[in-house]
Every structure is written in C-alpha cells, then in structure tokens.
Design a binder for this molecule. Structure first.
Ligand code: GLN
Length: 286
C-alpha cells in the first residue's frame, strides 16, 4: 500500500473524531513511530510503499485510533520532559502542563544547593513521569514515588531500565495519611493527584473518559480536595523545615486548594498559572 494512501484514508477515518489537522497529525505520528518515516516522506517521495510486513500492524493501530483510543496507548509511549515514557491502559497519560511542575521542582532543588543528596517524594506518581524526570535531571537525588495502583507502579518501575539508581516506587494509598512510612525527611514533595470533579466529566474528551483510569482522574464533587488535605498531612509529617511542596491542582479550585495548605500551617502558599494562564499549581514551604 502507498504511504500517501494510508495517510489519506487514515486521516479521513479519524476526522469523525478529531478536527482535521489533529486527525492528520495522529496518522503521521503513527507512521513516524512505526515506520521511522518523516512527516513529509509521502510528499517528497509519493511512491513510497508501506513495507508489507508492517501493514497489518499499522492497520490495527489505525483501527484502535478510530475507536477513540489515545495515540499514546496505541503506540505505548509518550514524551514528557524530553524523555520517552512507556504508557498503556491503566495509567494516566502525562500532560504537557505537568512538565512545569517538574521544572519548578528541579529549580527549587538547585536553589537549595544542598550539601547532601536531595530527597524527593512524589505522591500519586502514576507512570512515574514526575519522579523519573526529577531523578534524570538531578542525578544524585533520592526519589521516591508512591501510588495505589499496581498497574501504574508496573509502568513506573519499568521505565529506563538502564539507569543505575532509579527512583523507588512504593505501593500505598496516599489518603491513608497515618501509615508507617520509614523514609524522609524530604526536601521536596511533589504531587499530581486526582482532581477532576465528577461533575466536570461532561467537559472532558471522549478518549480521556473512555480509556484513561478514572482512579487517577476523578474525585467526588462533595469532597474534591481530599487528596490535597492528605498531601498536606504527608508534608506535615515528612517535609523537612525549609523544604518545598509543589502540587498540580484543578484550575477552578485555586484559592480553595491554597486554603488547605494555609490551614495546615505552611508558609508562603502561592498559586501558580500554567501556559494557558490557568491556575495549575500550588507551591508551599515548610
Ligand atoms: N489535567 C488532567 C486532565 O485534564 C487531570 C490530571 C489529574 O486529575 N491529576 O485530564
């Protein structure tokens, strides 16, 4: 089959679900990832054929995309902070705005200029994208990631197998705040917990709702800040004096979420915006 035909047909099929440029972008991503082709190969070399041994796989991938499955699950990878992370059903796909949380965290650690190896805790770590990105940036950091989901921890532990001192990933329910946790104290505590209210489901895209783990996304309308109260408690127990906390938040609940950390006694609680100018993070000091 001609590559150009596959791209045209694939785009047409995906236009039922996505705006045209995005539909085309998804098919190109598939071809680049699976065939190692450039996004313009079919234009400058219009006679390019899809290698016969790849055709079945590519058609299968396209079928999954056309059913609405996120491209990151179909390909099994996504990029985050310049690294390739394995992802798949059962683990939240890292979002670009979360890269800002990592950047802030790394900047905070550098500013601390600690004499010893920094200790970092990432709560609700999911794929481990935050924990790993910090660890890959600050090579001597001792990073711990905590999550309740076995599936997520499987992904987190399997990323970058050749790194000599990987983060340690531990299974625990972050909402269980009084449990034994024989680690720390930490210089930096990070977290991107579930924060989407059930009532906000209606505004979310079908491929998020149908495929991504509800456990990682949703909180009850009656108590949308439960994870932040829990994280504040973890920080009371495990953030060393002078340490920094950074959490991603629901854009509609900035002041309320900040209030949780203020009530827990943290200093200089600040709400920060993402690149869409939405409230997205809270920073606090112990
Ligand atoms: N920002 C994510 C979304 O919009 C939600 C991430 C989370 O709940 N922590 O889908």
């Amino acid at each position: 089959m001609l590559l150009a035909d596959f791209i045209r047909n694939g785009t047409a099929c995906l236009e039922a679900l996505y705006p045209s440029p995005e539909a085309r972008g998804l098919v190109l991503m598939l071809c680049e990832e699976r065939l190692g082709m450039r996004s313009y190969t079919h234009i400058i070399e219009p006679r390019t054929e899809i290698p016969a041994d790849h055709e079945a796989e590519l058609q299968q991938d396209l079928q999954r995309l056309c059913l609405g499955e996120p491209v990151q699950y179909v390909l099994g990878v996504t990029e985050f902070c310049g690294h390739r992370f394995a992802v798949g059903p059962g683990v939240l796909i890292p979002r670009p705005e979360t890269e800002l949380l990592v950047a802030e965290g790394v900047r905070s650690l550098r500013e601390m200029a600690l004499p010893q190896a920094p200790q970092v805790l990432d709560l609700c770590t999911g794929s481990g994208c935050i924990a790993w990105s910090v660890a890959l940036e600050i090579r001597d950091a001792r990073v711990f990631g905590v999550d309740i989901s076995d599936t997520a921890l499987g992904y987190a532990r399997g990323q970058f197998p050749s790194v000599p001192e990987p983060p340690r990933f531990l299974q625990a329910d972050v909402l269980d705040t009084e449990q034994d946790f024989p680690f720390g104290p930490f210089d930096l505590i990070l977290g991107n917990p579930p924060y989407v209210r059930e009532s906000e489901r209606a505004q979310m895209r079908r491929n998020v709702l149908g495929y991504e783990p509800a456990l990682a996304l949703f909180v009850p309308d009656g108590d949308p800040l439960r994870f932040y109260r829990a994280i504040a408690r973890w920080a009371q127990r495990f953030l060393r004096p002078g340490g920094v906390g950074l959490v991603e938040i629901n854009e509609s609940l900035g002041p309320e979420t900040a209030g949780v950390f203020e009530a827990a006694g943290f200093k200089n609680v600040r709400i920060q915006r993402d690149f869409f100018e939405k409230y997205r993070f809270i920073r606090f000091f112990a």
